[in-house]
Ligand binder design. Structure first.
Ligand code: HEM
Length: 396
């Protein structure tokens, strides 16, 4: 198998938008990723995406950000603030696990830290299975662990599944209005299970995929952005006066630290891309990390953190290709990244995105770097991620 890597922004963007290239990063992880939205191709992908996109309309992202999320956040954050310190990586995973579980449709009836921990452990095993291609462990060992985690997850999911089936029956009998149904992926899939032929196992994998898709990326993006802000701003809390600039800081950090630094694609038929001929036996690596630092698009100092950076290329925002592009473009983009501001944007009604809202809340509690404990990188992954990031709350 020949391997080709593209790293210029326009080449990577064109490849992401090419319908003759299929997703191939998760081929080895099919125990958990087979036929989920991210790995589907062509017509089947189009039908599923169309269905699930109903959940991601901008009005919902705004509603979620202003009405639902603050309660989840307070529930996780308040005890940490009263303690006076926390580890941002741990906090990020806990809070975003609840965010993605809301979206996927996994109820957490107990709302305890122990319940979040159980779900986190299951999702961590799922992610290891999904990215099996990057693992140096024995594949059959990892697959066996994923299967055990799938059994544990089934028990977790069952009550959410039956509750939604009951509500859907009540809706079909006219006892409930449509807007009284939960607005999440599980409800959408159960309502459409017959029309698009979804087996129970596939629904389970799709929900498992959503839990992974949102949690690692959101948590990681938040910690990177906090670090960049601590290094760049003389007084980070002054950003509370200018939330549109705070959002630019988040987008600029997302550009420098894309949660998925590469995408993998394989052609469905022989094609020529960026003057290279590739066949269905070949692997095309799209280097999103490098593309996001392409000086043709982002200027002469692309390595520098500069939230005032002005990007003239019309096909991108400040965060570059961090959320991908084309048919597999991240459906959680507006939810997490918000809408990019323009001159004249009203800061009071703007949709900032969950990552920005998380950091805003942390700054409101006067978060500062920990005075005695330094952050450390995660040495278990080649992705440039933080392993620990201790912070203190001056307010406490
Ligand atoms: C900062 C946070 C996030 C980043 C950086 C991110 C990044 C990405 C990227 C790069 C892709 C495309 C991968 C490819 O083309 O191979 C993607 C796809 C996807 N993301 Fe995200 N994501 C984030 C948060 C979320 C959240 C919160 C959710 C859901 C609640 C989500 C749901 C999805 C889904 C469903 C897809 C597959 C779309 C499709 O294949 O049609 N993401 N994401």
């Amino acid at each position: 198998m020949a391997q080709t890597t593209l790293s210029r922004f326009k080449d990577v963007h064109a490849a992401l938008c090419n319908p003759k290239l299929r997703q191939s990063l998760y081929d080895a992880g099919e125990v958990i990723m087979k036929d989920v939205l991210l790995t589907l191709h062509g017509e089947q992908h189009k039908i599923r995406r169309h269905l699930e996109l109903r959940l991601f309309r901008r009005n919902y992202a705004h509603h979620y950000e202003t009405n639902v999320f603050p309660k989840t956040l307070a529930w996780v954050l308040d005890p940490l603030v009263s303690r006076g310190e926390t580890d941002l990586v741990d906090f990020g995973y806990r809070v975003t696990m609840n965010l993605t579980a809301d979206f996927a449709g996994v109820d957490r009836p107990q709302k305890t830290a122990e319940e979040t921990d159980r779900l986190l452990a299951i999702v961590k095993t799922f992610s290891e299975g999904a990215t099996l291609v990057h693992s140096d462990r024995n594949p059959s060992e990892v697959i066996a662990e994923v299967k055990t985690a799938q059994t544990a997850f089934r028990k977790f999911l069952e009550p959410s599944w039956s509750r939604r089936q009951r509500l859907i029956s009540q809706f079909l009998n006219g006892e409930l209005k449509e807007d009284e149904l939960p607005r999440d992926v599980l409800t959408v899939l159960l309502r459409n299970q017959d029309s698009i032929e979804l087996s129970d196992e596939l629904i389970e994998r799709e929900i498992s995929f959503y839990l992974q898709a949102g949690s690692h990326s959101t948590a990681n993006s938040m910690v990177h952005a906090v670090h960049e802000i601590f290094c760049w701003a003389e007084d980070p809390t002054a950003l509370l006066e200018d939330p549109l600039l705070l959002q630019k800081c988040v987008h600029e950090s997302m550009r420098l630290h894309p949660a998925s630094p590469v995408a993998w694609r394989t052609p469905t038929e022989p094609i020529t891309i960026a003057s290279r001929d590739i066949t269905p036996d070949d692997l095309l690596i799209l280097d999103l990390h490098a593309a996001n630092r392409d000086p043709d698009i982002f200027g002469d100092d692309p390595e520098k953190f500069d939230p005032y950076r002005y990007v003239t290329y019309v096909k991108t925002e400040l965060y570059g290709l961090t959320f991908g592009a084309g048919v597999h473009m991240c459906t959680g983009r507006d939810l997490d990244g918000g809408v990019a501001s323009r001159p004249g944007t009203d800061k009071d009604t703007h949709q900032y995105g969950i990552v920005c809202m998380l950091i805003k809340t942390l700054l409101e509690h006067k978060m500062i770097p920990h005075k005695s404990r330094k952050p450390t990188l995660d040495l278990n992954t080649l992705r440039n991620s933080w392993g620990t990031y201790p912070v203190q709350f001056e307010q406490a």
